[in-house]
Design a protein around this ligand. Structure first.
Ligand code: HEC
Length: 337
């Protein structure tokens, strides 16, 4: 809303006041709304002086963690850039006027963060509410109190049905292709590992590898975020845990011929998953192993059946260093403090 509109409404208020009539509630409501909007703009600009002009000397702020801050402390948070809100959009603004006092509730959509001793909170995906109390002071409205609450955090941990990191199965009991695994935790990359010939070799890819040229491929391994966090805390893989191994042919010749030496990750030639889930269809041993068929373009099938335990499980159980997982080869899991 433009500045001129405010001054118009101020003139109206003053005009009425000079006739000894009470200001109309409608005008007061507009003024308060305008104050809220301009206060939000000052916050977006991180203009500490401007923010201060909206706050009563006695202003108190109760933050989402329930911490009470006085005016100076609140302004200091902006000054020290502990609170940085680059966007504050107010919606669902409700204003109630009680003579010279007003209570405003709104739903701010905030882009930015606040740093407190308990850690950094980003607000981008966390809508909440402001509850503000303002009083009339001369020709202005000043905030005497603000309380900010946040909506409950989106559920985390491996317990919700919609969690993308939870293993999902088709009605035939096949594992659905995990989505978004490239943004999970990348635990390590193995270059051209060949398993000893006395160990069983089970996938077509493994067999082919030993028949012809010396193998050259990259194994990129990811673990879902929740399980990684749990592993850092407990050094155990929780149930469920999903690890994905994406295999790329190591290539030397790039299309533009810019590489003089070395190898890069060329065509995708494998996509496998190791899943710890005692509740999987069919149940059984804690871990099950899956390989998603790839078409000629490297596009994986939407689901894959579990291999028999003797094909994959046995070797992992016997030789992997931690609960069937080759932690010995994954720096992000191996080299922990
Ligand atoms: C002879 C032993 C052996 C067999 C059999 C085996 N693997 Fe593995 N697997 C490994 C080794 C070693 C690694 C780690 C090194 C690598 O390949 O990058 C690994 C890693 C993996 C990983 C990465 C996550 C993890 O658990 O550490 C997946 C997924 C995987 N294998 C799937 C399979 C599937 C599917 C099968 C059965 C078709 C299978 N493996 C059979 C030895 C084996």
């Amino acid at each position: 809303m433009s500045r001129s509109l405010t001054s118009v409404s101020l003139v109206v208020v003053l005009g009425l006041a000079s006739f000894g009539l009470p200001a109309l509630a409608g005008d007061a409501r507009q003024e308060v709304e305008e104050t809220e909007r301009r206060w939000a703009e000052a916050v977006e600009r991180n203009d500490v002086d401007a923010i201060g002009r909206f706050l009563h000397d006695d202003f108190t702020f109760v933050n989402p963690r329930g911490v009470l801050l006085h005016r100076t402390e609140h302004l200091d948070d902006f000054r020290q850039k502990r609170t940085v809100f680059s966007k504050v959009e107010l919606s669902e603004v409700e204003v109630r006027i009680y003579d010279d006092a007003a209570v405003v509730t709104s739903r701010p959509k905030i882009t930015g963060y606040a740093v407190t001793p308990a850690g950094k909170t980003t607000f981008d995906a966390r809508p909440g509410r402001f509850t503000d109390t303002l009083i009339r002071s001369g020709m202005k409205w000043l905030a005497v109190a603000r309380h900010m609450s946040l909506d409950p955090a989106p559920p985390s941990g491996p317990s919700t049905q919609n969690d993308p990191a939870r293993p999902r199965y088709t009605s035939q009991g096949e594992l659905e292709l995990p989505s978004g695994f490239r943004s999970w935790i990348f635990v390590g990359a193995d270059l051209s590992p060949v398993y000893k010939p006395d160990l069983p070799e089970s996938t077509r890819r493994e067999r082919q590898r030993h028949e012809g040229e010396p193998p050259g491929d990259f194994h990129n391994i990811y673990v879902d975020r929740e399980s990684y966090d749990a592993y850092l805390k407990t050094r155990e893989f929780p149930d469920p845990t999903i690890l994905v191994m994406e295999v790329f042919r190591a290539e030397r010749k790039d299309a533009k011929g810019i590489l003089k030496s070395g190898q890069f990750e060329g065509q995708r030639i494998g996509l496998e998953a190791a899943v710890k889930d005692r509740n999987r269809p069919g149940g059984g041993v804690p871990w099950a192993y899956y390989a998603f068929e790839l078409d000629a373009a490297g596009k994986p099938a939407k689901s894959a059946p579990a291999f028999p335990d003797q094909s994959c499980y046995a070797c992992h159980l016997k030789h992997a260093s931690k609960d069937n997982v080759w932690v010995q080869f994954y720096p992000a899991l191996r080299d922990l403090e």
